[in-house]
Ligand binder design. Structure first.
Ligand SMILES: [Zn+2]
Ligand SMILES: [Zn+2]
Length: 75
C-alpha cells in the first residue's frame, strides 16, 4: 500500500467511511485504517468486497453485528 488496488477501493468508496459516512484521512500519518469485507467472507479479497473504514467504526460495527453478512453499499 498504497497500490493500484488501494486506489480502486478508495475511489469506490469516494474517500468516505462506509459506517459513519465521514471523510477518511489517508495520508501516511493518519490514524490506522481497517479493511472491511463487505460480504463478511474474509477469504474474498476482490476489490468489490473490500472497503476501508475507521478503526473505531469498524470495531463498533462488528461488536453490534458479529455475524452479519449485511451488504454495505458504498457509493
Ligand atoms: Zn467511520
Ligand atoms: Zn469488517
Amino acid at each position: 500500500m498504497p497500490s493500484e488496488k488501494f486506489k480502486k477501493i478508495w475511489e469506490n468508496q469516494k474517500g468516505k467511511c462506509p459506517f459513519c459516512d465521514q471523510p477518511m484521512d489517508i495520508s501516511a500519518d493518519a490514524e490506522e485504517r481497517h479493511l472491511h469485507h463487505i460480504n463478511g467472507d474474509h477469504k474474498d479479497n476482490k476489490i468489490s468486497n473490500l472497503v476501508y473504514a475507521h478503526v473505531h467504526c469498524h470495531k463498533q460495527y462488528h461488536a453490534n453485528y458479529p455475524k452479519s453478512k449485511r451488504i454495505i453499499t458504498v457509493i
